[in-house]
Design a protein around this ligand. Structure first.
Ligand SMILES: [Zn+2]
Length: 233
């Protein structure tokens, strides 16, 4: 939502070899991504980058929403490109080396700037903490940098993480929601059976048994949440 004229903005990301500058495109249909590396902060002109992506099979639309990846272009016009004329263009971007191959790097000033910029977008303040779905882990994954870096920058500039946004709590509340959902489904079944009443005593007992089990699990998860957050859920 920045400007009307199209431009592939420079994005800085961490890669095993260091910080890279990329002009990225993503498919308006399936979300697939591709990228063009540049060596300076000055973006390559739109037409030049568009040309690079077109050669790789992308369709450049009138707006980012209308860009189509080679896969979706093929799906849309299957006949047109049945025989690949230039197979070498289809070569996918090489897979990044595994994290274990990454040399440990010390966080530099530019690293901090990048993490700071991303946190500014997704960390809503000390009282609220991260926006929905965000946490240190996800920011680190998103930027492809060590989680410790994110933690350090977040601590330094934004403040501590809220107890209920710690990875343990996020995981446990996810389980809580799932069990609550199952419990309410069992409850609905019971209500239905009870309404029907006759001849279903056995079914009723089975579902009550299932509900009892779920409620027990619920109580134990709630207890662990309370233990971690120090307050009842
Ligand atoms: Zn696509």
């Amino acid at each position: 939502m920045r400007k009307a004229a199209r431009e592939f903005e420079i994005v800085r990301e961490f890669r095993p070899e260091g910080i890279v500058r990329l002009q990225k495109i993503s498919c308006g249909q399936c979300g697939a991504n591709d990228e063009h590396r540049v060596s300076h902060d000055k973006p390559m002109p739109f037409d030049a980058v568009a040309h690079v992506f077109r050669r790789r099979g992308w369709l450049i639309g009138s707006s980012p929403r209308h860009d189509l990846c080679p896969g979706c272009v093929l799906a849309r016009h299957p006949r047109k490109s049945r025989e690949p004329e230039t197979p070498m263009q289809k070569e996918p971007t090489s897979a990044p080396p595994s994290p274990s191959e990454q040399p440990p790097r010390v966080m530099g000033r530019e690293d901090r700037q990048i993490i700071f910029a991303r946190l500014s977008d997704v960390y809503l303040g000390e009282r609220v903490g991260y926006g929905t779905g965000w946490n240190d882990e996800r920011v680190a994954r998103d930027l492809n940098c060590p989680r410790k870096w994110v933690e350090d920058v977040r601590e330094e500039f934004f403040g501590p993480i809220r107890a209920d946004q710690s990875p343990e709590i996020i995981e446990i509340t996810g389980r809580l929601a799932a069990v609550e959902e199952s419990a309410s489904q069992a409850m609905a079944v019971i209500t239905g059976i009870e309404a029907a009443a006759s001849g279903t005593a056995r079914l009723l007992e089975e579902n009550k048994g299932a509900l009892a089990g779920l409620q027990k699990e619920l109580a134990s998860i709630r207890a662990s949440v309370a233990k971690i957050t120090g307050r009842p859920t």
